[in-house]
Design a protein around this ligand. Sequence first.
Ligand SMILES: Cc1cc2nc3c(=O)[nH]c(=O)nc-3n(C[C@H](O)[C@H](O)[C@H](O)COP(=O)(O)OP(=O)(O)OC[C@H]3O[C@@H](n4cnc5c(N)ncnc54)[C@H](O)[C@@H]3O)c2cc1C
Length: 416
Amino acid sequence: MRYSGFKVIKEALTGHKGWKPAWRDPEPRPHYDIIIIGGGGHGLATAHYLAKVYGQKNIAVIEKGWIGGGNVGRNTTIIRSNYMLDGNEPFYEFSLKLWEGLEQDLNYNAMISQRGIMNLIHSDAQRDAFIRRGNAMMLNGADAELLDAAQIRKEYPFLNFDDARFPIKGGLAQRRGGTVRHDAVAWGFARSADSHGVDIIQNCEVTGFRIENGKCLGIETSKGFIGANKVASAVAGSSGRLMAKANMRLPIESHVLQAFVSEGLKPVLPGVITFGAGHFYVSQSDKGGLVFGGDIDGYNSYAQRGNLPVVEDVCEGGMAIMPIIGRARLLRMWGGIMDMSMDGSPIIDETHIEGLYFNGGWCYGGFKATPASGYAYAHLLAKGTPHETATAYRFNRFETGHMIDEKGMGNQPNLH
Ligand SMILES: Cc1cc2nc3c(=O)[nH]c(=O)nc-3n(C[C@H](O)[C@H](O)[C@H](O)COP(=O)(O)OP(=O)(O)OC[C@H]3O[C@@H](n4cnc5c(N)ncnc54)[C@H](O)[C@@H]3O)c2cc1C
């Protein structure tokens, strides 16, 4: 079923009786060409591009819970491509370009809003670093713009410009960055993959791999064994746990990251703001709530909830940059499990086990990567070679020491 304005009007006039479920609820078949483990953004995007771009037909996505229940539905919805290093910037810019055409590609309203992102500058040294980053972005075809304090004040009058502990001295803007309704991304990719014949199997946990003579023959699940020519892990925060079942130890730790939403306010923030003297980022949802977050909780955990010291730390960041936030009531908060790689950059690669592939290590930046990650993983699965934008995302960089040590990412952001 194609969605359109005409269809919405027709259904409104005929009692909304013609809508069909957005995807089927099939039972698993005994064997698939490709099985993707994890029905998050990355797994569903991989299925979509495998079917639509690479013409693969016999695919299943196996999800232990429900579509959108993982980090794809828990993040703070920010997309951008303001990275600096060569291994990263072309990949994230490719992703931003895919976001720009995604709603048409999926025939689904994901509320993609290029409202811009502003990284605030609080010292001269930070300005130098951001100028360098902006130049690296432009060399890779991305947009970047340096603003002074007066220009920022015009756009964001509600920030603290007058008596702040860390005065705002300027900002690096990426106007094409912004926000996307996160769970609509999962639903849009799921609906499209399903319409291309992908079986999306929910409430089915992968409990092990069947590996014989160094080759992966399929997966053990709570619904029994399912065979496959290729098995592709895309379970984000559960990567360490899942790959341990194939006796693999990853250069990844799992940490909690929390997100917060305030009660609805009148429009105060036209775009996304990041505070450069602490760790705090905030945007305003279309319903009016301030959506914000900060640091990871700082200890290894598979719990999808965080603890109070980080709540205090995040709120301090908010008060430092935007004191009016202290008058707003907090409506809800939650946590997600982050797959923090040791250099802050992801892995999209085959493993040493034939037929077993891995996608993970997204840290707290994997939402913006969703389309490019799916595209690059689909390319690897279909062609057997890395996509041109993901050639650096191999396991062996941790052996050879060719880290992609992007500043501010990784499990110890302050050390990068
Ligand atoms: C609070 C928070 C804020 C964030 N903010 C941003 C942001 O603003 N911008 C940004 O770019 N990124 C952000 N991120 C990071 C981003 O959300 C993640 O990096 C990204 O969503 C991870 O990929 P995914 O969508 O595929 O993961 P998930 O949605 O977590 O998908 C993995 C799926 O695998 C399933 N699974 C796990 N184990 C098994 C198993 N054994 N069998 C079957 N299925 C299994 C899980 O149930 C889950 O549904 C944030 C994350 C959090 C938690």
